[in-house]
Design a protein around this ligand. Structure first.
Ligand SMILES: [Zn+2]
Length: 354
């Protein structure tokens, strides 16, 4: 995606950046912060294209054309002046010092063909300590005609000294309506990573549900839809709610299933969390403004089996597990600990009284 018009929302961000280009007052480093999946990285990539678009007059903001050789090579990540730095590693994802050294090496020379060298650092909070220190040196003595764009949804994990040397640009959440409306179009857009994903197979009633799950994050809503998790929600929830409290082995097996589901673990935690949040909302207000609108019947049937206290305990356990899963933890241990808390007969969280 290379067009500013394709970026949803964030009008304030767009005007900040376009004014900086117009006035020739670009900072040498920007820090894009905000919830995941709201368009921070897309905006960074679009900014890189705008700066180097061959059809843009100098020092005037004009949206990237998306057609010239520069724009096209930035979209396919093949432009020699636009560097992408992302965390690597399978079990533990980190940005290593070698990656920053490479940036420093290329920053010595001026851009090969573009007006600017643009360096995009995605998930910048995953900089290893020595990599962060190396990057700090670059920020302290910024190379000419080089713009660094750091992107993160967890700025509190960055060194203060890095934050203070960047111009911070805050991205807000998108409205649920914006997300729900955008999903059908985005699903049909070509995505090389999607494999043989069939957009037509998705039930349109899941769009508002996906928007609710994403909490204003287009990326998360899209991922939930594509993984098929939303379609399997009811089956998964009934399975979890039906675990026999007297059978430790059933709970251990369930923990193993959770841990083995890889990236599905986070989604399953999301499903449980949102379901219990819906139950709490339903208990308090009897409202029908639930995220799981389509599971209204299940919620109404299960809700009386839980006290408010049990709902709170469950939510607390789920939310803490979600937070910890985002860090680098052993997922098997995390799953066992979580289910142990939920099975605890004292709190009777996930296990409703017989
Ligand atoms: Zn262009």
């Amino acid at each position: 995606m290379q067009y500013w018009s394709d970026i949803l929302g964030h009008q304030r961000v767009q005007s900040v950046l376009s004014r900086a280009i117009d006035g020739g007052r670009l900072h040498h480093a920007y820090l894009f912060t905000g919830p995941e999946g709201v368009g921070k990285f897309t905006t960074a990539q679009t900014l890189a294209a705008t700066l180097n678009c061959e059809r843009r007059p100098a020092d005037t903001f004009a949206p990237s054309c998306g057609q010239c050789s520069s724009c096209r090579r930035i979209a396919s990540r093949q432009h020699p002046d636009v560097l992408f730095i992302e965390p690597t590693g399978k079990s533990v994802r980190l940005i290593k010092i070698d990656q920053i050294r490479q940036l420093q090496k290329s920053a010595v020379s001026s851009p090969y063909e573009g007006r600017f060298r643009v360096v995009l650092i995605d998930d910048a909070h995953l900089l290893r300590e020595e990599a962060a220190n190396a990057l700090l040196k670059t920020l302290e003595e910024p190379p000419a005609r080089t713009i660094l764009l750091l992107v993160t949804d967890q700025p509190h994990r960055l060194l203060d000294t890095i934050i203070s040397r960047c111009q911070r640009v805050r991205f807000g959440s998108l409205s649920l309506e914006t997300v729900a409306d955008a999903l059908p179009k985005l699903l049909t857009q070509a995505d090389p990573e999607a494999g043989d994903f069939d957009a037509d197979s998705i039930d349109p009633t899941l769009f508002p549900v996906a928007a609710g799950y994403g909490e204003g994050s287009l990326g998360r809503s899209l991922a939930m839809l594509k993984s098929g998790m939303l379609a399997e929600r009811q089956e998964f929830l009934e399975q979890m709610l039906g675990l026999d409290p007297r059978s430790p082995i059933a709970w251990l097996n369930a923990a193993k299933d959770l841990a083995d589901s890889g990236s599905g673990f986070q989604e399953k935690l999301d499903v449980l969390t949102v379901f219990f949040r819906d139950m709490m909302l339903f208990k308090r207000t009897g409202t029908d403004r639930l995220v799981n609108q389509d599971l209204h019947e299940l919620i109404a049937r299960i809700e009386p089996r839980f006290s408010m206290e049990a709902l709170l305990t469950t939510l607390d356990a789920l939310m803490s597990a979600r937070r910890r899963l985002r860090g680098n933890v052993n997922s098997q241990l995390l799953a066992e600990e979580l289910l142990d808390r939920l099975r605890n007969p004292q709190t009777r969280a996930l296990t409703p009284p017989a």
